[in-house]
Write a protein that binds this ligand. Structure first.
Ligand SMILES: [Zn+2]
Length: 415
């Protein structure tokens, strides 16, 4: 007797399954920012991880096609937000520094006493890769709750090959519903290391060994960190290894780093409180994105970058949290957007572009930061604050925005 008919047949393997072709329609969206302008009363159709189209009121009530309809009544839709400059992978706390600084102790005194960044380096070196990945993942979840779907995460608290590698591995391991773009950061010189010897190690050992784990490289070019010549050497080496480039530029002192970033084809120059006219002209000519970091500016009680001059020169401006345990313990990108308006003079439209379209540009990701046929299906949907009519502007007006009600990443619902 043939018993095969009675034997359970194995489940078909997923690899044989056709790619998901089913469409999803997000219906009843009250307002939608597409990266450049606001739409009213629309639906968004998604398929295969991409947006197929944005439908206006007249053509949304079909419902007879094979779309799965999802109710988004009254919600405000944004492209999934992009946080293009963060230091999310770290261990330890800097709360003691915060208390001391409010008590009148200077940052230099704290640093000389082994505090500041040295506290974070020590704690990060002691943490396991699993611990770092767990902390990073938990922080990314908080960002997701505010509609962020892509985050750039820098290394730079290890300062030695082993810990820098573990930081980048942890950042990659934490990538999930929130996509992580890891960056190798040459942050500062480790305490007690010979300058020339460390530079040689960075160029000949660390960068080549870590390039495969990162999308980009970044250098902190400033007083107390790397010189302009050192920055150029590191960036050229990184570029040769196929990495995109960013620069922490003109924050504490003017160094010429913004013009260097432009000259080397960096995607962005970040901070820019002390950029000069030549730096602005160079960035404008090269199309380098200016990444503004109002959290750090506020915590350091610094003066704003020259936004009027950047605007007049048509330098694209992005806004990021600079999330880190010391100078910007801010992980809500909406907070950064509002602070950019209040402390730096951005308009609401500039703030919206700053956390979407221009932030994506700062990461070299033209598929992100906008919504329309062919864009990534990364979409965050927010309720208006209690009692407010739905508008995109109100999310910037209310410090911290609102918590997202739905978030979609590459066409899949992740919140
Ligand atoms: Zn930074």
């Amino acid at each position: 007797m043939d018993t095969s008919a009675f034997m359970s047949t194995p489940e078909p393997k997923h690899r044989h399954r056709q790619p998901r072709e089913k469409s999803t329609r997000l219906r009843g969206i009250a307002r939608l920012w597409d990266g450049a302008r606001v739409h009213r009363d629309v639906s968004v159709v998604l398929r295969g991880g991409r947006v197929v189209e944005i439908e206006t009121g007249d053509d949304t009530d079909g419902g007879e096609d094979d779309c799965e309809n999802v109710d988004c009544d009254g919600l405000i839709a944004m492209p999934g937000l992009v946080d293009c400059h963060t230091h999310t992978t770290f261990a330890g706390t800097r709360v003691a520094d915060f208390v001391k600084r409010l008590g009148g102790t200077s940052y230099t005194t704290i640093l000389e006493g082994g505090g500041g960044i040295h506290t974070t380096v020590q704690a990060t070196r002691m943490a396991t890769t699993d611990e770092l990945a767990f902390l990073t993942g938990a922080r990314l979840e908080e960002m997701l709750a505010h509609g962020v779907t892509t985050v750039e995460v820098k290394s730079g608290y290890g300062l030695d090959l082993r810990t820098e590698r573990r930081m980048l591995e942890a950042a990659r391991a934490a990538s999930g519903p929130v996509e992580v773009m890891p960056t190798f950061l040459a942050h500062v010189l480790p305490r007690g290391r010979d300058r020339d010897e460390y530079m040689r190690e960075l160029l000949d050992v660390n960068l080549p060994q870590l390039a495969g784990l990162a999308c980009a490289a970044d250098v902190y070019c400033d007083d107390g960190a790397f010189t302009l010549a050192e920055t150029e050497a590191i960036l050229r080496r990184a570029s040769g290894l196929g990495l995109a480039l960013h620069v922490h530029a003109e924050q504490v002192a003017w160094t010429g780093a913004a013009a260097l970033a432009a000259r080397l084809g960096a995607l962005s120059a970040d901070h820019l409180e002390r950029i000069d006219a030549d730096g602005i002209d160079a960035m404008a000519a090269a199309g380098t994105v200016a990444v503004l970091l109002p959290g750090a500016m506020l915590y350091l009680r610094d003066t704003p970058p020259p936004v009027k001059a950047l605007r007049a020169a048509c330098v694209p401006m992005a806004i990021a949290t600079d999330f880190n345990p010391g100078s910007s313990p801010v992980n809500n990108l909406w907070t950064a957007a509002t602070l950019a308006c209040l402390t730096m003079g951005l308009t609401v439209e500039e703030a919206l572009a700053g956390i979407t379209r221009n932030a994506a540009r700062a990461l070299g990701r033209p598929d992100l930061g906008w919504l329309g046929a062919g864009s990534a299906a990364d979409i965050a949907l927010f309720p208006a604050p209690v009692g407010e009519p739905p508008s995109v502007e109100v999310l910037v007006q209310h410090l911290g925005g609102t918590r997202a009600e739905q978030v979609w990443k590459a066409g899949e619902r992740v919140l």
